[in-house]
Design a protein around this ligand. Structure first.
Ligand code: AMP
Ligand code: FE
Ligand code: FE
Ligand code: ZN
Length: 280
């Protein structure tokens, strides 16, 4: 069984509709995918319907923007009730803040000589969750950069000259809210990029023991072999669910094709069991 537990559609910063992601998953020989758009459940109905039609199991997910000590941490929630008021309120707060920073980023970029408007950026976001990749797309459309990668590398990386911060959910609150909504909480790419600095093993241990963290994403392109080995061994000791995924973003991240990393079927079975138990 081929299982890819973290993908994005254009409802957030992927480039394909939810139904297209499912169709591509089928072509890639995947049996199971999870749609985990950033801070929104809006693509799930379409993905679940497409999954039933096309014979791909779709696990409903979300990737919540969280932070620890001001550093971004991405938290995957699987099987959450989409109408939970507390989680919903947090997600709305994040999405509002995603929109509010766009004029500020447009102003910064314009001051750098890359004349651009908030409307031009928002026009790139066809979905509900506007993000820096859409800022990058707008810069590409204006001919300032060749692709998303160049936009990030030169201007909009964390703390970059065109960067503006936005609201993110305190990590421990995010775990609590996913649990409150009956979901399973798994930290995405914990040792990818800057999040490694604020997620040492001792702190991860605290999240497991005191917050009931359910698992971590281990097989991810942002983790090299040694990180996968170290995190995997640590997760084993704590009987955590270990997942793997492409973190597919369509044409926005061509280096992450569907199925490039997979989840072990036994781990997937444990995830389903937990989702089932929490939905009672
Ligand atoms: P945001 O959540 O809007 O601040 O933007 C973060 C998102 O940008 C991540 O979820 C990735 O999808 C994407 N991203 C982050 N860094 C890069 C990068 N260097 N190149 C391309 N996409 C990136
Ligand atoms: Fe993304
Ligand atoms: Fe992420
Ligand atoms: Zn992601």
């Amino acid at each position: 069984m081929r299982i890819d537990l973290h993908t994005h559609s254009l409802i957030s910063d992927g480039t394909d509709t939810p139904a297209e992601v499912v169709a591509q998953a089928r072509e890639a020989g995947l049996d199971v995918i999870a749609l985990c758009d950033h801070d929104t459940f809006d693509g799930l109905d379409e993905a679940l319907t497409a999954g039933r039609e096309q014979g791909v199991v779709v696990v409903p997910g979300v990737e919540l923007s969280c932070e620890k000590n001001g550093v971004s941490i991405h938290l995957l929630g699987y099987g959450c009730r989409t109408d939970d008021p507390s989680l919903y309120a947090s997600m709305v707060k994040v999405r509002d803040s995603r929109h509010q920073r766009i004029p500020r980023m447009a102003a910064k970029l314009t001051a750098l000589g890359l004349t651009i408007t908030a409307a031009e950026i928002e026009a790139q976001a066809q979905g509900s969750s506007v993000g820096r990749p859409h800022v990058a797309d707008a810069l590409v459309a204006k001919g300032y950069v060749a692709d998303r990668r160049e936009a990030f590398d030169r201007y909009i990386y964390d703390g970059g000259p065109g960067y503006e911060a936005r609201y993110e959910i305190p990590l421990e609150q995010g775990i609590e809210q996913i649990h409150g909504a009956g979901g399973v909480a798994i930290i995405a790419h914990p040792w990818g990029r800057a999040s490694r600095d604020v997620l040492p093993l001792e702190y991860l241990e605290h999240l497991v023991i005191d917050c009931g963290l359910d698992g971590i994403e281990v097989n991810h392109t942002d983790h090299d072999e040694s990180v996968r080995a170290e995190l995997g061994a640590w997760a084993d000791q704590h009987a955590l669910i270990c997942t793997g995924s492409s973190d597919f973003h369509g044409a926005g991240k061509p280096e992450n094709p569907l199925g490039i990393n997979l989840t072990d079927p036994e781990m997937y079975a444990r995830l389903l069991d937990l989702m089932e138990a929490r939905s009672q």
